[in-house]
Design a protein around this ligand. Sequence first.
Ligand code: G1P
Length: 297
Amino acid sequence: MKNKVTKAIFPVAGMGTRFLPATKAIPKEILTLVDRPLIQYAIDEARAAGIKEFIFVTSRGKSALEDYFDHAPELEHSLRKKGKDELLEVLKTTNMDSGAIAYIRQHKALGLGHAVWCARRLVGNEPFAVILPDDVIAAETPCLAQMTEAFAETGGNIVAAMEVPRDRARAYGILDVKEDMGSVVSVRGMVEKPETGTEPSNLAVIGRYILTPKIMQNLNRMKSGAGGEIQLTDAIEQEVRNGGEVFGYRFRGQRFDCGSKAGFLQATVAFGLSRPDLRDEFGAYLTGLTQQQQAAE
Ligand code: G1P
């Protein structure tokens, strides 16, 4: 297939200061939603979309991520001896084929665009996906798989998109919509973190991208933008100006902003309730809590 995507970049170099002190000693991507670290959700989503090569852009203090995706011979041996086959199966989801995973260091925190650019040699002249693990998306068909399908048809750059309240637009990359075709919109521009009142729409970029190699070329020349950082949004916008195609894709699913404490808690509740082994006990607890609150009002 012409427009097949097999490589994904996971920018995981951020310091996670919003989750201090937890993130003093562990990467924020290892913070756990029920019983799986955030990064595992991102990897599972990539696998479901047919990704075969996983490129992590890391920084100092992130070695726990490398250990997480490695084999754990003592642990595996002990589980095998005890006949704990189910747990062994769970552990398998954390393993990667030899050579399927690569780690690149971003030596300076120069922004998301710079982090993606750090992976340019590993990506080469191919389309690639970018997944921001802070954005966790619960969906029947995983979000990236929805997007690879759309990419196979269009071949243009695709960013995941979602309507946000106008007063929240300044926290996102915002699309300037050329034509709205329903689940797909074509884009005539993009602005990273616009000042309130200047946003071109309320359609925000969410952390899933399928990009053409031209975006890497644009990043070669990108100057710093919003917040003094090199922005991926700007490199994608440059592509529109160069005459390339950029689409927003309204995915089917619910997005949780696990980069914020409130979003993380909401995701914990939603994923807890969706788990057959926890649903009854946890659901009963939440119902009891709501009833107590109502009685107190
Ligand atoms: C990043 C992107 C932004 C996008 C957002 C989605 O911003 O720069 O365009 O809307 O992710 O979560 P960040 O949240 O890292 O500031």
